[in-house]
Design a protein around this ligand. Structure first.
Ligand code: PLP
Length: 387
């Protein structure tokens, strides 16, 4: 199905709600039955009916259909955060005594899930450098059940050869999962490349307005139904109908937002590539700096709207001066919204949860929003002059 058709029409049954153009918000926790027989029937298959909103809700369902279609998946589930989606996907794929292979430096809470929480349940994880396919082969064990990749990484932007990883896993009967938050389904289609499970932090580009925290999990129909009956219903990390409604609204403009932010990012990266105070840029489509440029070109449609770069400075104070001097970038975590952001990785240094970060003090991550790129470049210029 064509993208704009998915975003404008798929899943919307206007005749069933007064022909309203925009779907109603079904802010209801439960659904009633006219007879005990009808209720009994419904309870036989909670996956297929509206019974209670921890399972299905009509507003959430519209979103679910759209997201699955965008990703080219048979079905999807929507969660209250990306982390909830990731946890459900991983927990559904492994049991006590199983082994997981994951790329190193994944999203911080994915790291904690694997290397702290799941360790307590007898699940072992090997973290590897995902740049070479041989590293995946070497890490596999007889009890490996899941390979987790994140291509590209959202701080340092390393890539993995998605098709090669999927092919390797398939040949050994191992499930694969990718965190596709950075590219969104518009710039990278992992299911077409053979990946089994695609997860997103929908708090980023998919919602896109910095007003909802949500996650999505896309996969085959059978796996989705299994996750629904187990991790989804049991852990209960659902999205509220209200947030799902906001996400449907945010999703309408995903292609426009993503392209605009990416166009501007290309301009900003080109400016920084030629700036004497910038010594390195991590951006998938930077021909000058990315050693995996060819792989990025092969599996990503465009480079996306975030990058990190190293300043040519001596000390942390200079990095702080640079960050404090920017006027058009908000200093905040997250990304994928309308507003440009700066996240100095040195902010992690004193945090308990992120305290073991190995990022250098001069590395700064930048997300480019919907502002005029010339305005952003001027702002960068004056801040770089101060260091
Ligand atoms: C933000 C993020 C997550 C976690 O998603 P939440 O919605 O914050 O729980 C996972 N992966 C990546 C790459 C992210 O940027």
């Amino acid at each position: 199905m064509e993208t704009s058709d998915i975003l404008n029409h798929l899943g919307e049954e206007r005749e069933s709600y007064f022909d309203a153009v925009t779907p109603p918000l079904m802010q209801s926790s439960n659904f009633h039955f006219p007879t005990i027989q009808a209720m009994r029937e419904a309870l036989k298959d909670e996956f297929g009916v509206h019974f209670y909103t921890r399972g299905n809700n009509p507003t959430v369902e519209i979103l679910r259909k759209k997201v699955a279609a965008l990703e080219g998946a048979e079905d999807a589930l929507i969660f209250g955060s990306g982390s909830a989606a990731i946890a459900a996907a991983v927990m559904n794929s492994v049991n006590n005594g199983d082994h997981v292979v994951c790329v190193k430096k994944p999203y911080s809470w994915t790291d904690k899930l694997l290397n702290k929480l799941l360790v307590n349940y007898g699940i072992e994880t090997t973290m590897i450098d995902g740049n070479e396919i041989e590293n995946f082969e070497r890490a596999l064990k007889a009890n490996t059940k899941l390979i987790i990749i994140e291509s590209p990484n959202s701080v340092t932007f390393e890539l993995q050869d998605i098709k090669a990883v999927a092919d390797l896993a398939k040949s050994k009967g191992i499930a694969t999962m990718i965190d596709n938050s950075y590219c969104t389904p518009l710039y990278q289609k992992p299911i077409e490349m053979g990946i089994d499970i695609v997860v997103h932090s929908a708090s980023k580009f998919i919602n896109g307005h910095s007003d909802v925290v949500a996650g999505v999990l896309c996969s085959g129909a059978k796996r989705i139904e299994n996750i629904f009956h187990n991790e989804f219903m049991t852990l209960g990390g659902i999205i509220s109908p209200n947030d799902a409604w906001l996400m449907i609204r945010g999703l309408r403009t995903l292609p426009i937002r993503l392209d605009r932010s990416t166009d501007s990012t290309e301009k900003v990266v080109a400016y920084l590539e030629n700036h004497p105070k910038v010594i390195h840029i991590n951006y998938p489509f930077s021909k000058k700096y990315n050693p995996q440029y060819n792989l990025a070109q092969k599996q990503m449609k465009r480079g996306g709207a975030m990058f990190s770069f190293k300043l040519d400075i001596e000390n942390l104070e200079q990095a702080d001066t640079f960050c404090n001097s920017l006027n058009c970038f908000l200093m905040a975590c997250s990304w994928g919204g309308y507003e440009s952001l700066i996240f100095p990785t040195s902010a992690l240094y004193s945090s308990q949860n992120y305290g073991n970060t190995t990022q250098p003090f001069n590395l700064v991550r930048m997300y480019i929003g919907l502002e005029d790129p010339e305005l952003l470049i001027k702002d960068l210029e004056q801040a770089l002059e101060k260091i």
